[in-house]
Design a protein around this ligand. Structure first.
Ligand code: ATP
Ligand code: MG
Length: 600
C-alpha cells in the first residue's frame, strides 16, 4: 500500500472520483442486502402461510417497533404481500443496478485517469533522459515495463482496489445478517472460514512470485521480437530463420510453462474454496435444519441465512483474487518507479541561458570516455562562425563521439566545449540543440510521410519551404516521381528508400531547420557514384554560409573546408588544409592515397 501511495508523488490521483465510487458502492451493497432480506416475509407469509415472527434478540427499543411492523405485515392478506414485496424487490434491484453502474464508473474513472497520467509521465520522462540510458538498457525491457507492468498496475488500480473494498463491504453486510439471524449458527459456520483462507493465502503468495517471473519472461520475449523483427533483413540474409525460430520458441515455451503454473494456481483457487465451502454448508444445513424442525427458526429466516452464507463465498473469493492482483500491481510498481526515478546524466543548469548569436566554437582540453575506456584525449580546436571543419580518422577513433559531445548527448569527462567563450553547459539544452542541424551517420527516419519527416524540426513549415529544402538536398526530383509525392509513407526506419535517398531526406530535414551550425556525419554506406554526387552537391550547397563540422569518410567531401583535423588514438594527430596535409605526407596523405586507389 505504501508503494501505491507513492504514486502520488508522480501523478495527481483524483480522489473525489474514488470517494463518489465508494459512496455508490455503499448504496449498492445496502440495496442488495435489503432486497435479500425482503425474501423472508415472502417465504414465511406467502409460501408457508405462517405468521412472520421476529427474532427474539433485538434490542428493546427496536423490539416494539419491529413487533408493530410484523403485526402490520401479518394483517395483510398473503396475495397483497406477494404483489407488494415483489414490486419492492424489483425496485430495490433497480436502485442497486444504478448504484452499481455509478460505482464502477467512478472507480474505473479514478483508476484509468491515474494510469493514463502515469503513461504520459513515463513517456515524458523517457523524452528527457539522456541517450546513455537508452543505449545501456534493453529496449524490449523498457517496452515491457511501459506496457505489461503498467497493465498490471491498471488492473490493480482500476479494478482490484475497488473490488477489494466492495467485496469486503459485502462480506461485512452478509456477516451482519448471519450474526443477526443466529449468532450460534453464524459462529459455527464461520469456523470454517479460517480453514478456507489458509490455502488461499498460500496460493496467493506463490502467485506473486510467479507474476514477477512472468514479467521478466515477457520482457525477454519483447526484446527478442524487437531486435529480430527490427533486423529481419539480417536474419534472412544469414539464413538464421530456423535458429531464430528455435530461440523464440524456446523462450516462448518457458513463458508457457510459467503461465501454466499461474493458471494451475489461479484455477485451483476457486474449486478449493468452493469445495471447502460446500463441506461446511452440508454441516450447516444439518444443524440449521434441526433448528427449523424444532420451530426455533422460521423457514424464511433460515433460507435467508443460507443464501447469505453462500453469497459470502463469492466475495471472499473475490477478495483473494483482488488481493493477488493488488500484489501483482505492487510488484510492478518498483519497476515503474525505477524508470521515473532514473536520473538524467546530462542536466540543464537551473540558471541556464539562451544561446546568443554564434561567434566561435571551441573544444578546450576535451577528454571523454563512455565507460572506463578513454576515447577522446585532450582535444583542442577552435572554429569561427562561418568556417567549415573536416574531421577524419579511422573507424572507431571517436569522430561521432566528438559531435555527440557538441550536441550534449553526453558531457565531457574533462575539459569543455565553449561557444563564444562560455561552457555549453551554461546554455539551455533546447537553445543549444536548436542551433545545430544534425545529419546522423545512419539516417534515422520515422514511419510517416516524407513531408512530415522533412518538417520534423519545423512542423509549422509551409509547402514552399519544404520543397525548397528538398531541392537543396537534391531529393525533390526523386520525390516528384513517387505516386503520392510528399505524402508517401516511407515505412519503418525508411525501409522503402535507398540509402542515398534516406540520407538526402535527412539532409533536407536539417536544412529546413536552417540552423547556424551544421553537423554532418557522413555515412560510409556504399552510395553509387550517381547518388554520391547528388549527396555531395547537396552538402556543399548547405555548408555555405554556415558553421559546419563535417565528418568525412570520402575525403572529396572536405577538400574545400577551412581546416581538416585527423584523429588518431583519441588525439588530434594532424591538422591543416587539404593541400597542407597532402604536402605533409602524413596520416591524411596515407588515407588519401588509399581512397585514390579505391576509386580509380
Ligand atoms: N554509447 C556507447 N557506449 C560505449 N561505447 C561507445 C558508445 N558509442 C561508441 N562507443 C565506442 O567509442 C568508440 C568511438 O566511437 P565513434 O562512434 O565515435 O567512432 P567513429 O570515429 O565515429 O567511427 P566510424 O567511422 O566507424 O563511424 C568506439 O570504440 C565505440 O565502440
Ligand atoms: Mg561514426
Amino acid at each position: 500500500m505504501k508503494e501505491y501511495l507513492k504514486l502520488r508523488s508522480w501523478i495527481r490521483l483524483r480522489f473525489s472520483y474514488f470517494f463518489w465510487g465508494l459512496f455508490f458502492m455503499l448504496l449498492s451493497a445496502l440495496f442488495n442486502s435489503v432486497s435479500l432480506t425482503a425474501v423472508v416475509p415472502l417465504i414465511d407469509r406467502v409460501f408457508s402461510k405462517k405468521e412472520i415472527v421476529l427474532q427474539k434478540n433485538l434490542p428493546p427499543f427496536l423490539m416494539a417497533k419491529g413487533e408493530r411492523f410484523t403485526a402490520l405485515l401479518n394483517s395483510f392478506p398473503p396475495l397483497v404481500i406477494l404483489k407488494w414485496l415483489l414490486l419492492i424487490i424489483i425496485l430495490l434491484l433497480l436502485l442497486k443496478g444504478f448504484s452499481t453502474f455509478y460505482q464502477v464508473y467512478f472507480m474505473r474513472h479514478f483508476g484509468q485517469r491515474a494510469i493514463t497520467d502515469l503513461r504520459n509521465r513515463l513517456y515524458g520522462h523517457l523524452q528527457i533522459l539522456s541517450l546513455d540510458f537508452f543505449y545501456q538498457g534493453r529496449l524490449g525491457e523498457l517496452m515491457a515495463r511501459i506496457t505489461y507492468d503498467v497493465g498490471l498496475l491498471e488492473t490493480a488500480i482500476s479494478e482490484a482496489i475497488s473490488n477489494l473494498i466492495f467485496k469486503f463491504l459485502t462480506v461485512l453486510l452478509y456477516l451482519f445478517i448471519l450474526f443477526f439471524i443466529s449468532w450460534k449458527l453464524a459462529f459455527f459456520s464461520l469456523f470454517v472460514l479460517p480453514m478456507l483462507s489458509f490455502p488461499i493465502l498460500r496460493i496467493g503468495r506463490h502467485l506473486r512470485k510467479i507474476a514477477l517471473l512472468l514479467q521478466k519472461k515477457m520482457a525477454d520475449l519483447t526484446t527478442i521480437l524487437q531486435e529480430k523483427i527490427g533486423s529481419i533483413q539480417i536474419v534472412k540474409a544469414f539464413t538464421a530463420e530456423e535458429r531464430e525460430k528455435a530461440i523464440f520458441s524456446q523462450e516462448n515455451e518457458k513463458f508457457f510453462r510459467l503461465m501454466l503454473k499461474q493458471i494451475k494456481r489461479i484455477s485451483l483457487l476457486s474449486p478449493i474454496t468452493e469445495f471447502l465451502g460446500a463441506g461446511g454448508g452440508a454441516f450447516l444445513i444439518y444443524f440449521g435444519g434441526k433448528e427449523v424442525l424444532s420451530g426455533r427458526l422460521s423457514t424464511g429466516v433460515f433460507l435467508l441465512f443460507l443464501v447469505a452464507l453462500f453469497s459470502i463465498i463469492s466475495p471472499i473469493k473475490g477478495i483473494a483474487t483482488a488481493n493477488a492482483q493488488i500484489q501483482a500491481g505492487a510488484s510492478a510498481l518498483p519497476r515503474i518507479f525505477e524508470i521515473l526515478e532514473e536520473k538524467n546524466e546530462v542536466v540543464e543548469k537551473a540558471m541556464a541561458k539562451e544561446l546568443p548569436g554564434l561567434k566561435e566554437i571551441e573544444f578546450s582540453r576535451l577528454s571523454f570516455g563512455y565507460q572506463k575506456k578513454e576515447i577522446l584525449k585532450d582535444i583542442n580546436l577552435k572554429l569561427k562562425a562561418g568556417e567549415a571543419i573536416g574531421i577524419v580518422g579511422s573507424s572507431g577513433v571517436g569522430k561521432t563521439t566528438l559531435i555527440n559531445l557538441l550536441l550534449r548527448f553526453y558531457d565531457p569527462t574533462d575539459g569543455a566545449i565553449l561557444i563564444n567563450g562560455e561552457d555549453i553547459k551554461n546554455f539551455k539544452l533546447k537553445s543549444l540543440r536548436e542551433k545545430i542541424g544534425l545529419v546522423t551517420q545512419e539516417p534515422i527516419l520515422f514511419n510517416d510521410t516524407i513531408r512530415n519527416n522533412i518538417a520534423y524540426g519545423k512542423p509549422e513549415a509551409i509547402e514552399e519551404e519544404i520543397k525548397k529544402a528538398a531541392k537543396i538536398a537534391n531529393i525533390h526530383t526523386f520525390i516528384e516521381t513517387l505516386e503520392k509525392g510528399y505524402e508517401t509513407i516511407i515505412g519503418e526506419r525508411g525501409a522503402r528508400l535507398s540509402g542515398g535517398e534516406k540520407q538526402r531526406i535527412a539532409i533536407a530535414r536539417a536544412i529546413l531547420k536552417n540552423p547556424p551550425i551544421l553537423v554532418l556525419d557522413e555515412a560510409t554506406s556504399n552510395l553509387d557514384s550517381e547518388s554520391e554526387k547528388l549527396v555531395q552537391e547537396a552538402l556543399s550547397r548547405i555548408m555555405k554560409e554556415r558553421t559546419s563540422l563535417v565528418i568525412a569518410h570520402r575525403l572529396s567531401t572536405i577538400r574545400n573546408v577551412d581546416l581538416i583535423i585527423v584523429l588518431k588514438d583519441g588525439r588530434i594527430e594532424e591538422q591543416g588544409t587539404h593541400q597542407e596535409l597532402i604536402n605533409k605526407k602524413g596520416l591524411y596523405y596515407h588515407f588519401y592515397q588509399l581512397q585514390g586507389e579505391e576509386t580509380g
